[in-house]
Design a protein around this ligand. Structure first.
Ligand code: DUC
Ligand code: ZN
Ligand code: ZN
Ligand code: ZN
Length: 491
């Protein structure tokens, strides 16, 4: 056969154009992309007729927690690399960037990288890479940035909150300073830890422990202040940052102001800030614990609308899941890891922060029918590939260059259905989106030319271990404003 796979008659949506095209795949790469009908007569080992459906570059989810030890309170990740990446491909995501967490007691980042490689190796259904979480920014860690780059890691995540992870402003400057030298993108969890801790104390004085007080304890001002501080610190060093999981439109407006000044400030939001509100944490009993994440879901429709607008107008570079899975019924350590003898009804501050969402990210956003299709591709795939040094291998469909990673959607008129957790492939016993009406779900997911998800014919047909580690290059989005070396004397 001329080709390993051809995908015919689909509407192909790229981040910058939409065309009726036929696609041919050979040796895992896009070999041809031609106007509809242009592959007539070509022979192929496998043919997909995408008539009436949409074909897009495979999803890239750049914010995923798998197989992490307890970092955000009690409870470790419910998903490992096997269960997490199988749920990725079932939801149309072909590349995940997960976290390699360094503990504060561990001075080395390279050790954290190696330990994470061990967990992932031979276990993945999707392609994968890692962001290093730097929680000990001592001299050892800083000295390793160059070696990280050589190991194909071009991004780090740091925290402005959580005792176990938080860096002081001076440590953040140390990280940013070296990141500038090594062309590393720094992702920042921007919440003010002191405001959160102080508010928790105030709630405890009043014995307010229900899950919904998690929202009260993480007020917008904690996010707004830290976002502005992160922008200020990165502006001082003149280095690109990405503010992760932005939940509040007021924080987004600081980001958009910085972008208007030409600063390389990028931002991410997540489905929980488009589809959940604080009311989801105020369900009867302990149910609300299922939607505890940080930052928390905000007030309501107005916030959702502000976040959608930020996606539409480019304030947000990427829409990631922040898949951070914990079991709700955890027999070993109690319901969502926090019901014990002292707090038989739970205490919000012990509920691990995070929701599952890797598998539902793309279908939820597309079902909402709120973003232009090219913008959808940009924020769920292309921009993540660009920002984190995977473009155009990932996030694009360029013949001879891009991997043949495709997400193929059903024709319009796919029958609506109600989402239930039993349909999902993660190892979590709930989804925050139970019962939602879905209008879209991927019909096929293709990874390097192999069909790995075939919804109507076998479902999960990919193989564990097919997913490969991706060595990443530097970001292809704009870097520092000035090309000169940073010098303290200029201030
Ligand atoms: N930050 C994350 O990125 N994920 C889960 C919890 C958190 O605080
Ligand atoms: Zn975070
Ligand atoms: Zn809404
Ligand atoms: Zn996260």
């Amino acid at each position: 056969a001329d080709f390993d796979l051809v995908v015919l008659n689909g509407l192909v949506v790229h981040h910058d154009k939409t065309e009726q095209s036929d696609i041919a795949v050979k040796d895992g790469k896009i070999a041809k992309l031609v106007p509809r009908g242009g592959l007539n007569g070509a022979s192929a080992t496998k043919t997909i007729d995408a008539q009436g459906g949409m074909v897009m570059p495979g999803g890239v989810d750049a914010h995923v927690h798998l197989a992490e030890p307890a970092l955000f309170g009690k409870g470790k990740s419910a998903d490992d690399y096997e269960t997490g990446t199988r749920s990725a491909i079932a939801g149309g995501t072909t590349t995940v960037i997960t976290f390699a967490p360094q503990r504060k007691s561990e001075p080395s980042l390279l050790a954290a990288l190696e330990a994470t490689h061990e967990r992932a190796r031979d276990n993945c259904y999707s392609d994968y890479s890692f962001h290093l979480i730097c929680s000990n920014a001592g001299p050892k860690a800083i000295s390793e940035f160059e070696a990280l780059r050589e190991a194909g890691i071009s991004s780090l995540k740091i925290y402005m909150t959580y005792e176990a992870l938080q860096l002081k402003d001076s440590e953040i400057l140390d990280v940013l300073f070296e990141a500038r030298k090594q062309k590393i993108v720094t992702m920042i969890h921007a919440e003010n830890g002191a405001i959160i801790d102080w508010t928790i104390k105030k709630l405890e004085e009043k014995k307010l422990f229900a899950p919904k007080y998690h929202v009260t304890s993480h007020p917008p001002v904690a996010e707004i202040e830290a976002t502005y501080r992160a922008i200020s610190l990165s502006g001082f060093i003149d280095v690109p940052i990405l503010i992760v999981h932005v939940s509040s439109p007021a924080a987004a407006s600081h980001i958009s102001d910085a972008q208007k000044k030409g600063l390389p400030v990028y931002a991410e939001t997540c489905p929980q800030y488009l589809f959940l509100t604080r009311k989801d944490l105020d369900k009867p009993g302990f149910e609300g614990a299922k939607c505890v994440c940080s930052p928390p879901p905000r007030e309501g429709e107005q916030d959702h609308e502000g976040i959608w607008q930020g996606l539409e107008n480019g304030t947000f570079t990427v829409l990631s899941s922040d898949h951070c899975p914990f079991l709700y019924d955890n027999t070993e350590i109690g319901k969502k890891a926090c019901i014990d003898d002292e707090y038989p009804n739970g205490h919000f501050k012990y509920i691990p922060n995070g929701c599952p969402g890797l598998e539902t990210r793309m279908a939820l956003a597309l079902s909402a029918n709120r973003l232009p299709l090219q913008k959808f591709v940009e924020v769920t795939s292309t921009n993540a590939a660009k920002l984190y040094g995977l473009y155009p291998q990932k996030g694009a469909l360029i013949p001879g260059v891009s991997d043949a990673d495709l997400t193929i959607w059903y024709p319009e008129g796919m029958k609506e259905f109600e989402l239930t957790n039993s349909m999902l492939h993660h190892n979590v016993d709930y989804t925050p989106y139970e019962g939602r009406t879905m209008k879209q779900w991927p019909r096929y997911t293709v990874l390097r030319g192999q069909v790995v998800w075939d919804k109507d014919n076998g479902g999960l047909v990919g193989k564990k271990g097919y997913g490969q580690f991706l060595k990443r290059d530097v970001s292809s989005l704009a870097g520092p404003v000035s090309e000169e070396e940073w010098s303290v004397e200029k201030f």
